[in-house]
Design a binder for this molecule. Structure first.
Ligand SMILES: [Fe+2]
Ligand SMILES: [Fe+2]
Length: 247
């Protein structure tokens, strides 16, 4: 099976579309794994929902931005500009799209991989970023591979019994990792719609379960068009700026 691994799209339709086009150019995939945060921040929540609804064999977990549509406590946790963008998002989402987002799971435990937005200790708020957090999560999932999102930073953590977990940030635009037996991996494919590792290019991955490889890919997209929409639709300026800076 080949899966596209997608995360943190954040209503950025141009970036999402560019990623889906690239996946087709690479020969397509058998299914899609989505690590959460489809909406929030960006200008096109409805278009992004419609596009995701059409993806075949989609496995999706919810992110904190997705959940904030339905949970007041998650909304209250946001910064002012995130709140403004969520109010805009709620106004610009159809009932059908809201129902679609409600189908996203809290966590996923499958044969080929597990998946959660933040961490298994608190799926929507906790971040899984350090080796200490990695160890605390180890007995919350089974198997050798887990995908997370939320931090918007692509990385791979690997763990061999009795050794300290290793953390590697993905560097470069196209990196393929061969996954080895007896090692457990947590991988963040990075963010499609709002990268935060100072690289403004959209980030995603492709898992090949037969080859036991994970390929991380960065691609450019039309950032200026998204920035123009953010401005025209009255969304906070910071959301436009950070797209250009990748942080
Ligand atoms: Fe996010
Ligand atoms: Fe998040």
């Amino acid at each position: 099976m080949r899966y596209a691994v997608l995360s943190d799209i954040h209503s950025n339709y141009e970036a999402f579309e560019a990623v889906l086009k690239k996946i087709e150019e690479l020969g397509g995939v058998d299914g899609y794994a989505f690590c959460g945060d489809l909406i929030g921040y960006g200008p096109d929540p409805e278009d992004c929902c419609r596009r995701m609804m059409g993806l075949k064999n989609l496995i999706a977990v919810a992110g904190n931005h997705d959940m904030s549509l339905f949970r007041e406590d998650f909304f209250a946790w946001f910064s002012d500009y995130a709140k403004q963008s969520m109010l805009y998002t709620a106004r610009n989402l159809s009932k059908q799209s809201q129902e679609f987002i409600k189908t996203f799971a809290k966590e996923y435990h499958g044969k080929d991989f597990c998946m959660v937005h933040g961490s298994f200790l608190d799926p929507f708020r906790d971040y899984l970023l350090s080796s200490e957090q990695f160890v605390l999560n180890l007995d919350k999932w089974k198997g050798s591979l887990c995908f997370v999102g939320h931090s918007h930073v692509p990385f791979i953590m690997s763990y061999k019994s009795n050794r300290m977990p290793q953390i590697d940030l993905f560097l470069g635009s196209d990196v393929t990792i061969k996954m080895l037996p007896a090692i457990r991996y947590v991988i963040n494919p990075g963010s499609i719609g709002q990268p935060r590792d100072t690289n403004a290019k959209a980030s995603f991955g492709i898992l090949d379960t037969k080859q036991q490889t994970f390929r991380l890919i960065r691609i450019p997209y039309d950032i200026a068009s998204v920035q123009k929409k953010i401005e025209e639709r009255g969304l906070p300026e910071i959301l436009s700026k950070r797209l250009g800076q990748g942080k």
